[in-house]
Design a protein around this ligand. Structure first.
Ligand SMILES: [Zn+2]
Length: 63
């Protein structure tokens, strides 16, 4: 029985949102946070690759 963090209402298992207040239940909120974390990781990797490409592509010195 997942319990709502906001209104303490018991919800049937597998329910994505609280039946009483409509807020996402803890289990699903955790997976959403994990997905956001993974997206941030891929953003960092992309940024690193972009910087490496720019270092190789741009001239080393202006003079
Ligand atoms: Zn609730």
């Amino acid at each position: 029985m997942p319990k709502c963090l906001y209104c303490q209402q018991d919800n049937p298992p597998g329910e994505p949102e609280c039946r009483n207040c409509g807020m996402p239940l803890p289990m699903l909120a955790d997976s959403a946070g994990e997905r956001r974390q993974r997206r941030f990781l891929w953003f960092c990797i992309g940024l690193t690759v972009f910087c490496a490409a720019m270092i190789l592509w741009l001239p080393r010195s202006i003079a």
